[in-house]
Write a new protein. Structure first.
Length: 249
């Protein structure tokens, strides 16, 4: 907080609970602090994955007849407040649309507090957007002819990425919890039927369930780091894995 107090501005994502607390604390301790929401203008998704809604339907049972699908159905039928996100999926930075929104908000913020250097920021912003556009084109070509357009991931961080490229994300974790044996079994059955070839796992999470599913469905486990400062490198890793192992025939 002392370092923040000496800073010229504080940038935050927008839907992370711990950041909301930090921003409130910053304003309480430094009334004139500049704070900028990098997600301004982004259309957030409710944090309910299509895979969970789908699996809730396929596991559904009549009330009182057993526990089969009730766990999934209950989760899929209400908005999540997972990790204090307020019911929204916050992982906007793992997408090209999110990267553009965040970059534009950074440009707007910097030029508002440092008007003398507007041309410098605009030049850097233009080069960054060109890089984002170029990388998106490369990934579109890599992913356009996949025979299997689904993947498994431990922590559901690729919702927006999946939407951009017409992919389906199956998440192992939900609301920060590991799946029950029944749900894990159903997840394995569904992804095996689709011949899913990739199971992503973030480096900061336990790999046990991801590796188990990968063995069961004969898929590759690929470690990714959505929090890497080298954003473009991670996007390339994700796309290359899908292109290499996303062939069902």
């Amino acid at each position: 907080m002392m370092r923040v107090g000496r800073g010229a501005a504080y940038f935050y994502i927008g839907q992370l609970g711990f950041e909301q607390m930090l921003v409130n604390s910053i304003h309480e301790n430094k009334a004139d602090a500049y704070t900028f929401n990098l997600s301004e203008g982004m259309n957030y998704h409710d944090e309910i994955e299509d895979a969970y809604v789908h699996m809730a339907d396929s596991l559904a049972v009549e009330p009182g007849t057993g526990s089969g699908g009730n766990e999934y159905a209950e989760r899929a039928g209400k908005k999540s407040h997972y990790h204090g996100y307020g019911g929204h999926d916050p992982h906007i930075w793992v997408s090209f649309k999110g990267a553009r929104v965040m970059s534009g908000n950074i440009l707007k913020a910097l030029t508002s507090i440092d008007e003398e250097n507007q041309a410098y920021y605009q030049s850097n912003y233009s080069r960054l957007v060109d890089r984002i556009d170029s990388l998106e084109e490369v990934l579109q070509k890599q992913l356009e002819n996949l025979s299997c357009r689904s993947f498994v991931i431990y922590h559901p961080a690729l919702t927006y990425f999946a939407e951009e490229f017409g992919l389906k994300q199956y998440s192992i974790e939900y609301e920060g919890k590991e799946p029950s044996p029944a749900l894990l079994k159903k997840l394995i059955e569904e992804t095996a039927a689709e011949k899913v070839g990739v199971v992503f796992v973030q480096m900061e999470f336990d790999r046990k369930h991801a590796e188990q599913i990968a063995r069961e469905i004969d898929a590759r486990t690929v470690v990714i780091n959505p929090l890497d400062y080298q954003w473009d490198k991670q996007m390339e890793i994700i796309a290359k894995a899908l292109a290499a192992y996303g062939k069902a025939d």
